[in-house]
Ligand binder design. Structure first.
Ligand code: ASP
Length: 453
């Protein structure tokens, strides 16, 4: 049995949904279909989820959002026309939307989640209708009815373990089950969404629940590339990645798969197969526990910007018991989550996403660290990019770090920090944002091939 998830670009228009139908029909083991909300049809277009967020924010702020609502309805109307479906579906979407918009809520963020979830919920209903109209036995299921229970964390929910038993019943359903991605219900019955791109997470949860043989994730690229194609033209495609490599790459900035979508699949050793809706015969990329053949020390290079580092130095820090804990406690009290913490004898840097900080929080943090920890120096450095060089092969290849740092030196990139996780699956370089592209190109050249200009 396969769980198949289709991303927003695979559902952006009627033509795309016809491809989805073909793919589902081709293989009778594709029994559970998870859908995203309609994505962009062109670069200028807007994702339905983005429209929904804007609508929720405006409505909450008391502003008129008639134009945005019209744009949202128009997306579903267009799809209905393109698929020759009855307009009564759009009428019921409109009714439900009005109820959600006007209904009560506990707080702003749970209201936003209820609105955000419309995108996938309506899409799943529409896809099920289309499949039925084509003569396929198919049914929409609501995540509450199916038993997808999540933590009460608006915009960042996590599946609760109790969900799995109930969800496992989906296995027994005859025909195709069309499941909306991105959201579940809290124990109190409120709609809660996962973080952005969370339909991938729904697919992985269902694959685990029904013990699927494969979790197929259909998107709009032929494979996972070894580097961001926006940085290096026509990069090498990767055929096979391990869960750990994919997790590191997703975390590092690869957007092809949500970084939390691997955990449920990994825990049950369910292979994840990334495929292209627009080219379903392409081999795609398989994510597995062990790779058959070794393909060198590095499989991919990811990069992301928007980080800052809090550098703290104090003579004899290495002898002071509890220094690290006290430092992290201060950050915790400011509600900050940190990413890495490379350290030396007398100093430590804490790397964070800088959008969590405000100038006033920054000065308070510096003051508290200086006062409470008696630090000699506290400096916050902004506009950093993190580059992750990833590959299981690093473990038994000598000299990967020296190759990487030599490549960066030759490209005249100053390394602000280096962190090699104890897992030895990745190494991380912190560089200035302005150096990110040059650094990634240099690393790609070193580990893969010349960079086309
Ligand atoms: N529609 C949601 C988003 O844009 C979830 C998803 O597409 O996976 O984030």
């Amino acid at each position: 049995m396969k769980v198949v998830k289709f991303g927003g670009s695979s559902l952006a228009a009627g033509e795309q949904i016809k491809k989805v139908f073909q793919i589902v029909c081709e293989d009778p083991t594709r029994k559970i279909v998870v859908v995203s909300a309609p994505g962009k049809r062109s670069n200028e277009d807007r994702k339905v989820t983005d429209l929904l967020i804007q609508c929720a924010e405006k409505h909450f702020g008391g502003e008129n959002c008639a134009e945005i609502i019209e744009a949202i309805f128009c997306r579903y109307e267009t799809i209905c026309i393109e698929l020759e479906l009855p307009m009564s579906i759009v009428e019921s979407i409109k009714e439900d939307f009005a109820e959600r918009l006007m209904g009560g809520y506990k707080d702003k963020f749970s209201f936003y989640d209820r609105m955000k979830a419309c995108g996938e919920d309506y899409m799943a209903q529409l896809v099920a209708c289309f499949f039925q109209a084509q003569g396929l036995q198919a049914a929409y299921i609501n995540p509450k009815e199916a038993g997808l229970i999540v933590s009460r964390e608006p915009g960042n929910a996590q599946v609760l373990p109790v969900s799995y038993e109930k969800l496992s019943n989906l296995k027994e359903k005859s025909g195709i089950t069309v499941f909306p991605g991105f959201f579940g219900y809290s124990e109190e019955g409120e709609i809660m969404t996962f973080s952005r791109s969370g339909s991938d997470v729904t697919g992985a949860i269902l694959a685990k629940a029904v013990q699927a043989d494969v979790y197929e994730n259909f998107t709009d690229v032929n494979a996972v590339y070894s580097v961001n194609p926006a940085i290096v033209l026509n990069p090498k495609e990767v055929r096979e990645l391990t869960y750990r490599e994919m997790r590191e790459l997703s975390y590092g900035g690869f957007t092809v798969l949500h970084d939390e979508a691997l955990i449920p699949a990994f825990s049950e050793r369910i292979p994840v197969h990334i495929r292209n809706t627009n080219n379903s015969s392409a081999p795609g990329t398989k994510i597995v526990s062990r790779r058959e053949e070794e393909i060198g020390p590095v499989v991919g290079i990811a990069s992301d910007h928007g980080f800052c580092s809090i550098y703290v130095s104090k003579y004899l820090m290495n002898r002071e018991i509890g220094f690290g804990r006290k430092l992290l406690t201060i950050l915790e009290e400011f509600g900050l989550s940190y990413e890495h913490s490379p350290s030396g004898i007398d100093d430590i840097s804490i790397i964070l996403r800088e959008d969590q900080l405000t100038p006033s929080a920054e000065s308070k943090i510096i003051e508290r660290i200086k006062m409470e920890l008696k630090a000699d120096e506290v400096v916050i450095q902004h506009h950093l990019s993190l580059i992750m060089v990833v590959g299981e092969g690093m473990r038994h290849n000598v000299g990967t770090m020296s190759r990487a740092s030599k490549a960066l030196a030759e490209a005249r990139v100053n390394i602000e920090m280096i962190n090699q996780g104890s897992s030895e699956v990745s190494m991380m370089f912190g560089v200035k944002e302005i150096d990110e592209k040059r650094a990634v190109e240099a690393l790609y050249r070193e580990f893969f091939a010349p960079v086309p200009v």
